[in-house]
Design a protein around this ligand. Structure first.
Ligand code: ADP
Ligand code: ZN
Length: 745
């Protein structure tokens, strides 16, 4: 027997090896093995059984070890890895490495043994027939039949002097069953159980929830690939629907992946999910999976899934690679979240990969959001995805009222920029007097800046690309970083001639100080990545806030997700413009999502909530549609713009970044390359650029970029990869290739 192995050695190749007889029983596609390589040994993943025709098999080296008696990558994951390598234009090795926890890649093992048991008792005449046709199989059967419990495979074979092939034959015929048992038990990764425990009782479903659950149950029962988009307003009880679907999938014997954005992965959410899951599906352990686990914890969870001991995983982006067996359902909560996109190689999108894995595994993929990504929504409209809707909040609670404050007027009134408008200050003071709580959101800032006139709200945009122009300080230019259009940065606003048109937004710290000035006796906490760098600080602050020890919480979106604070009756968004006027065609979508999600934080208890949004551009559609949480209206208007400019979802975008120490050389090669692509692939891609990146220089390295627009990634990416191999790149130019980038600013 021979196998092709992908070694985990920093290169992308399939190498062939011979499998010693004693190891052959444990080998499958996806097995983790140790192979000789040069004069050392390396781990690798079995990619195929057998070797190409006419392969010089006698000269092959032998495998050294089969690390686990089960595949480290189930077949659907290995196929997913191959698809990702092609789609995202990166090496299969880098993807396999991403899929395996570090401990597994480093060869950690827990001792396992395989057990043999009788799967089906034979009738006397069958036993006789077997003895005649296959005496060795009959001997094994007779032995096992006499035992009270499953027997260690290795011992049985040795004792009876049989080979693994005999077992395989009996397993194939359904007479004998193999089981994997862990010899040393490992403690269960359970850190999260110690988080704040939130009692979570099953709710009686309301009519909309019940209809959604029924539809999902039907889809799961079909047992084939399908994608459902669950669009439910904030507070409509989507989680309850997910949990019921998960229960159904488990009951039918399947496995489940439940993805949440990293920011939502608080002990509170996990504890709640886990206790609900364990209540709804008793006996099921829920593995938690995310980047902050220790290697040992991650390994335990991985092992529990790979051996089938656990069948549910809840986790952030990378949990999509958990080795869940017999995958039946993938849930992607808050599917619109940009956090699902990984911003280092492999630059995959967790939601898109989830859909693909579901396809390869023949499972259901359930995407849920109050503000679906327009890509997903367009798929639902075209009928590619099934659409389910929850239009009501549970208990018919009202969506909070959204007040828009026009900062242009505020600037005039207060003679200059101040971070808090009169209205917001009044509202905060009223809350403080009533012992109710306030959350103030501040947009996380992109690093590039655009120009916004604080007098009239004018923003300079590219006429060809409909995105904000980027201000480049080095040469005082405004540049479109999609198409490269440029012009000198104006000293005065082109529309109203006001002199001050360079508003750059506010930091969380400045807002915190402003709040202290107007509420000197209140307890105020700031929550942003700086303030939260200390371990457990995040947890503490949330616990204090929930306990009512904090009056005002100031922070970036990291406060928002998945949290439910009944005493919060006021939510303020200090700077809606920051997300709206970044040079990104998704800027409106992001702003709409932010506003709707932020508003969803207010008034979850029995008191009505109020939301105050401050902006220089109150007329913007993202703001107007969000006032009534009108997703359909927003989607229709925004999709039209996307269509007019052929942006996603109507075409795919690929970003190609060039970096190097010499700006002239960089420009030269970027342009030569663009010419080549234009000539070879001009019929399939539209190029924009090359042009300097919004940040032209980082750590003495200059940056240029090129954009490709295309209808078909799979028709273009392999061609680009091929051209790139044949192009004479100088050594000091490095490149980054990003398919379906989520962040353009
Ligand atoms: P969403 O994710 O849609 O914003 P959640 O799933 O967080 O909403 O649910 C909002 C709140 O409503 C939660 O506290 C949840 O426990 C509660 N809830 C969900 N379903 C019901 C129901 N059928 N009846 C009463 N409360 C419910
Ligand atoms: Zn442009």
């Amino acid at each position: 027997m021979t196998v092709g192995v992908h070694p985990l050695a920093g290169f992308d190749k399939l190498l062939h090896y011979r499998v010693p007889e004693a190891m052959s029983a444990d080998i499958a596609v996806g097995s983790l093995v140790r192979v000789p390589l040069l004069n050392t040994t390396r781990l690798g993943i079995v990619g195929e059984i057998g070797a190409p025709k006419d392969f010089p098999v006698d000269r092959l080296k032998s495998l050294v070890q089969v690390v686990h008696p089960f595949p480290a990558l189930p077949p659907d994951l290995l196929r997913l890895a191959r698809w990702m390598a092609g789609y995202y234009a990166c090496g299969l090795d880098s993807i396999i490495e991403t899929m395996l926890p570090a401990a597994v890649r480093n060869g950690a093992v827990v001792k396992h043994e395989k057990l043999l048991a009788i799967a089906r008792k034979l009738a006397p005449d069958e036993t006789a027939a077997l003895a005649k046709k296959a005496p060795q199989q009959a001997r094994l059967y007779a032995f096992l039949e006499q035992q009270f419990r499953p027997q260690a495979k290795a011992l049985v074979l040795e004792r009876l002097g049989l080979t693994a092939a005999v077992v395989t034959a009996l397993v194939k015929r359904g007479i004998v069953r193999e089981e994997v048992r862990r010899v040393e038990r490992v403690a269960y990764a359970d850190d999260f159980a110690h988080g704040e425990l939130v009692a979570s009782q099953p709710h009686a479903l309301n009519a909309e929830q019940a209809a959604a659950v029924a539809a999902l149950d039907a889809s799961i029962a079909e047992n084939k690939f399908g994608v459902t988009l669950l669009h439910g307003v904030t507070g409509s009880g989507k989680t309850e629907v997910y949990l019921r679907a998960i229960h159904t999938a488990l009951q039918t014997g399947g496995g489940v992946v439940f993805l949440v954005p990293e920011v939502a992965l608080t002990p509170q959410t996990v504890a709640r999910l886990r206790s609900r899951l364990e209540a709804i599906a008793p006996g099921h352990k829920c593995v938690v999976w995310h980047s902050h686990l220790s290697e040992g914890e991650r390994f335990d969870g991985w092992l529990a899934l790979a051996t089938g001991e656990a069948r549910v995983v809840v986790g952030a982006r990378s949990a999509i690679f958990a080795p869940v067996q017999d995958l039946r359902l993938i849930v992607v909560d808050e599917e619109h979240e940009p956090a699902y996109k990984q911003d280092e190689t492999p630059r995959y999108h967790g939601r898109d990969v989830a859909v693909m894995r579901a396809k390869l595994a023949g499972a259901i993929c359930l995407l849920g959001s109050a503000t679906p990504a327009l890509e997903s929504f367009a798929n639902a409209q075209s009928g590619k995805y099934k659409l389910l809707e929850l239009r009501q909040r549970v208990d018919a609670r009202k969506l909070p009222h959204i007040d828009i404050v026009d900062l242009r007027i505020e600037v005039m009134r207060q003679r200059g920029m101040s971070s808090l408008s009169r209205k917001l200050v009044d509202a905060m003071q009223a809350r403080f007097a009533r012992k109710e709580q306030t959350i103030l959101f501040i947009n996380r800032r992109g690093y590039s800046s655009s120009m916004l006139c604080t007098k009239c709200g004018h923003v300079e945009e590219c006429p060809h690309c409909s995105i904000a122009l980027t201000y480049h300080r080095s040469d005082e230019m405004l540049r479109c970083h999609l198409c490269g259009t440029q012009k000198p940065a104006p000293a005065r606003c082109p529309k109203c001639a006001a002199p001050d048109i360079r508003w750059k937004g506010l930091g969380t710290q400045r807002v915190e100080e402003a709040v202290r000035r107007v509420l000197p006796r209140a307890k105020i906490e700031r929550m942003d990545t700086d303030a939260m760098s200390k371990k457990n600080r995040f947890r503490e602050v949330l616990a204090d806030f929930r306990a009512g020890k904090i009056d005002v919480l100031v922070g970036t979106q990291m406060i928002g997700k998945g949290l439910d604070f009944p005493n919060v009756t006021l939510v303020g968004l200090v700077d809606a413009d920051i997300s709206m006027h970044v040079p990104d065609f998704r800027a409106n979508e992001r702003t709409f999502q932010l506003l709707v999600q932020v508003a969803g934080r207010a008034g979850r208890g029995d008191r009505a909530g109020e939301v105050i949004v401050q902006t220089f551009t109150p007329q913007a559609e993202a703001i107007q549609f969000s006032r009534h949480a009108d997703f359909a209206g927003f989607a229709a208007s925004e999709l039209k713009i996307r269509k007019d400019f052929s942006y996603p979802p109507y075409r795919h975008l690929i970003h190609h970044l060039f970096r190097g120490p010499n700006p002239e050389k960089l420009k030269f090669f970027a342009e030569q390359w663009a010419k080549l692509v234009e000539k070879e692939l001009g019929d399939r891609v539209e190029l924009r650029g090359p042009s300097p990146s919004p940040i032209e220089k980082i750590k003495d390295e200059y940056r240029w970029q090129l954009w490709y627009f295309t209808h078909s990634v799979t028709k273009v990416v392999p061609e680009l990869a091929r051209l790139r191999e044949g192009f004479a790149w100088p050594d000091d130019i490095t490149q980054v290739f990003d398919v379906d980038p989520m962040n353009l600013a």
